[in-house]
Design a protein around this ligand. Structure first.
Ligand code: SF4
Length: 174
């Protein structure tokens, strides 16, 4: 046990490289640095997100969950997902919002403290996507609660979610 503790304390940590096209791309690297600056200044290094699956196929959640892995490591920005809307600054919603989820989404939005942001994650959340027109869906988050921004994609990649959030959080200052 002691041997393990000493090994962990004195071994230099190896950073896992970002996927190709993330920090490697100079444009994206600038955006990531800019994102860090915004989180530091606008949210005092603490942005809390409530992620609601409003009837998605789950692929959008998989991509969103990947933000927590050691490659994307969204917590390095001071961002974290929370279980309660009462602790959230931002509501991230995936799926076309099924009729069954409509009330739950309205209540989640109502439970969040002001000021708050709502982001529709993925094509379904934007306009119903592949479920558009189906009797069981509302064709997007915007038909249920006010939306501040959309992140397109089916599903959007973790990088797209990260950079999308970076743009949308500007509304917090306006
Ligand atoms: S946008 Fe695509 S990946 Fe996301 S919930 Fe809809 S069908 Fe699934």
């Amino acid at each position: 046990m002691l041997k393990e503790i000493f090994k962990n304390v004195f071994t230099k940590k190896k950073a896992i490289p970002f996927p190709e096209g993330f920090d490697v791309d100079p444009d994206q690297a600038v955006k990531v640095i800019d994102f860090q600056r915004k989180i530091d200044t606008i949210f005092h290094r603490s942005l809390r997100i409530r992620f609601v699956d409003a009837g998605s196929c789950n692929a959008c959640e998989w991509e969103g969950t990947a933000l927590m892995n050691p490659i994307y490591d969204i917590q390095r920005f001071g961002i974290d997902f929370v279980a309660s809307p009462r602790h959230a600054d931002l509501l991230l919603v995936s799926g076309p919002v099924t009729r069954q989820m409509e009330l739950a989404l309205r209540r989640t939005y109502a439970a969040m403290p002001e000021p708050k942001l709502v982001v529709a994650c993925g094509d379904c959340a934007m306009n119903g996507g592949i479920y558009q027109g189906n009797y069981a869906v509302t064709d997007g988050v915007g038909n249920v609660i006010p939306v501040d921004g959309h992140i397109p994609g089916c599903p959007p990649t973790p990088t797209a979610i990260l950079l999308g959030l970076s743009t949308i959080i500007d509304k917090f200052t306006k």
